[in-house]
Design a binder for this molecule. Structure first.
Ligand SMILES: N[C@@H]1[C@@H](O)[C@H](O)[C@@H](COP(=O)(O)O)O[C@@H]1O
Length: 261
């Protein structure tokens, strides 16, 4: 696992957007796994700016969702489908055909979960999967004690996650669904490159447990330790509880520039 400490969220966004641009230059039809929440927004802004300036051609890129709420009506502005269309697909100038996600409105939800895992595999697998992290260490919507081998499935949100996400629903927790579809941890681990961005002091404890704690289902993000190519990008505040921070800084400072993330 590589840990990169950046000065702030904008620097993290730029660094990751450049890694995505480099991937698209190598593989123009790369499948980009995107996350929702506030944290990855600087990545999407930086990548869209690169597309606008002509620094990268993303016209053949494909985009896939990490997770979705269950039961929000189709087209609800806070469904993750709507969020990804608004924050990623449209700014990159892509069509909805280049975009896939699990169907949180399906009558047969279990079937929709299995269909999404099959669709990801049929698409050739995810080339780069962006991740945020919940204050409780969740990735996607894999709450604590999710199986580290889990596939895409239905999960029940913790009270804490519903409180955290109420800000997207007029601050009203009653509007936050209890159930979600999320790529499982086993599904996420199949992506070729995992990139987790965490910013702000509120994530410092979860980041320390993810990076320096044991691999444990109670901290779902710690499963990144099992992946051969996992990158954790953190700002100074989110890095504030890392004991090995001086080592991570020195390692990154000495990294050859050709290597990329
Ligand atoms: N399902 C999403 C996660 O993918 C995201 O990482 C998390 C943190 O969001 P934020 O970046 O807004 O703190 O929120 C939700 O639970």
């Amino acid at each position: 696992m590589e840990v990169v400490i950046v000065p702030d969220a904008a620097a993290g966004g730029e660094l990751i957007a450049e890694a995505m641009a480099a991937l698209l230059r190598r593989k123009p039809d790369a499948l980009l796994g995107v996350a929702t929440g506030s944290t990855p927004v600087p990545i999407y802004d930086a990548l869209a700016a690169k597309v606008r300036s002509g620094a990268v051609d993303a016209s053949r890129a494909r985009v896939c969702q990490l997770d979705e709420y269950v039961g929000l009506p189709g087209g609800h502005p806070e469904s993750y489908r709507s969020v990804v269309l608004r924050q990623v697909v449209e700014p990159l100038g892509l069509s909805t055909e280049s975009f896939m996600g699990p169907d949180g409105t399906a009558e047969d939800l279990l079937g929709a979960c299995a269909a999404y895992d099959r669709a990801l595999a049929a698409a050739g697998g995810v080339d780069i999967q962006l991740l945020g992290i919940g204050t409780d260490g969740h990735i996607g919507f894999n709450e604590p004690c999710s199986s580290l081998a889990s596939r895409t499935r239905i999960k029940t949100l913790t009270e804490q996650t519903r409180v955290d996400n109420a800000r997207f629903f007029d601050g009203d927790i009653d509007q936050v669904p209890h159930h979600v579809i999320t790529q499982g941890i086993g599904t996420i681990l199949e992506a070729r490159h995992l990139v987790l961005l965490a910013t702000g002091e509120g994530k410092a404890e979860a980041v320390a447990q993810t990076v320096e704690g044991p691999v444990a289902a109670v901290v779902p993000a710690s499963a990144l330790q099992l992946h051969p190519h996992a990158t954790v990008v953190v700002d100074e505040a989110a890095a504030s509880k890392l004991k090995l921070a001086p080592y991570f800084r020195a390692t990154y400072a000495a990294k050859p520039s050709w290597q990329g993330l």
